[in-house]
Design a protein. Structure first.
Length: 114
C-alpha cells in the first residue's frame, strides 16, 4: 500500500446548473457533498470508502476569462489498492447508472515530478 495520492479526473458533459449536478452526484454516491466557495469557484466534496469525490464548477465568478467549458469531477484515492482498471470501471459504471455524462477521464498523480 502506497501513501501517494492519485486521482481520476473526469470532464463532465451535463449541461445543467452546478446545483442540479451536485444533487445528481449526491444521489449517485449516496453522500452529501459539502460545497464551498474557493476564490470564486464552487467546489463540493464528499468522503467515500477509500476515496474522495470532488465536483468543480465550470463557472468562475471572479472573471469570465477563468471559466471552463465543462464541470470537472475528481475521484482522489488514498491507496494504490484502488489504482486499477476495476476501480476505474466501478466509478465509470456508477456515473453511467446515475445518468452522469462524461467525455474523457485520466489518472493523475498528486504531484508531478520535475
Amino acid at each position: 500500500m502506497s501513501i501517494h495520492k492519485r486521482w481520476l479526473s473526469f470532464v463532465l458533459l451535463d449541461d445543467i446548473s452546478f446545483k442540479e449536478l451536485l444533487i445528481k452526484l449526491e444521489q449517485v454516491f449516496e453522500r452529501t457533498l459539502i460545497c464551498e466557495d474557493d476564490e470564486g469557484r464552487y467546489i463540493a466534496k464528499a468522503e467515500c470508502d477509500g476515496f474522495t469525490v470532488t465536483l468543480i464548477d465550470k463557472e468562475d465568478r471572479l472573471s469570465e476569462f477563468l471559466c471552463d467549458e465543462n464541470y470537472s469531477l475528481e475521484i482522489a484515492i488514498r491507496s494504490d489498492d484502488y489504482f486499477n482498471s476495476n476501480f476505474e470501471n466501478f466509478i465509470k459504471e456508477t456515473l453511467r447508472n446515475g445518468n452522469i455524462k462524461w467525455g474523457r477521464s485520466v489518472w493523475a498523480p498528486d504531484k508531478l515530478s520535475q
